[in-house]
Design a protein around this ligand. Structure first.
Ligand code: RP5
Length: 202
């Protein structure tokens, strides 16, 4: 079973006026609520946001993925942000590009951590998104990852949750160990064959 919410994986376009009802139905059926809300400003952000979902799946963290444009549908956005705590989210990962207000506005409303992912853009190379997300005023923090940093956003969300979840912490440590072994394997091959054959074999 995948770890997305019981309402279905890669949940696109959620009618938020149903969300309270869904939370109640979920509780009655004994389903666990998604711990992480993944929200993006457009489906053009999906390839980057999918990387956050992928690592959460690998680590066994439940999430719910949604497309909501803070600019094009502000009413839907406000409903999402206002109901996020009641839905059981502990962290929101919000990705957006250009004048990227979605993460900051999530942080203005949602009382728990918000992680922002600035999207790469064609006109300004993602600096527009980065500055829009990282330059938050005092009092409203957004933990901003690198431009297109979907995977690190997912990992950071898992690490936040791991502060109160020992099993998840163990899975994160095992993940780090696998990463280390991967690098060591590469170096062992480099030492064995030299850089020229290493490059040819890639
Ligand atoms: C932002 O505008 C989205 O997050 C996206 O990165 C950018 C462009 O959106 P589309 O025109 O591709 O829908 O709100």
């Amino acid at each position: 079973m995948r770890n997305s919410s019981y309402l279905g994986e890669y949940q696109l376009r959620q009618p938020w006026f149903f969300s309270k009802l869904e939370v109640d139905i979920g509780k009655e059926r004994g389903h666990s609520m998604a711990q992480v809300g993944i929200v993006m400003g457009s489906d053009s952000d999906m390839p980057v946001m999918a990387k956050a979902a992928d690592i959460l799946e690998e680590l066994g963290v439940s999430y719910e993925m949604t497309i909501i444009s803070a600019h094009r549908e502000p009413d839907v956005f406000f409903e999402y942000a206002k109901s996020a705590e009641a839905k059981g989210f502990k962290v929101i990962i919000a990705g957006a590009g250009m004048a990227a207000h979605l993460p900051g506005m999530c942080a203005a409303i949602f009382p728990m951590p918000v992680i922002g992912i600035p999207m790469h853009t064609t006109s300004l190379g993602g600096r527009d998104s980065l500055y829009s997300i990282v330059q938050m005023p005092s009092g409203i923090p957004v933990a901003t990852v690198a431009i297109n940093g979907g995977m690190n956003a997912g990992l950071l969300a898992a690490k936040i949750l791991a502060t109160s979840d020992e099993a998840l912490l163990a899975r994160l440590k095992a993940y780090s160990e696998r990463m280390k072994e991967g690098v060591q394997k590469k170096d062992a091959r480099l030492q064995e064959v030299g850089y020229q054959e290493y490059m040819n074999g890639k």
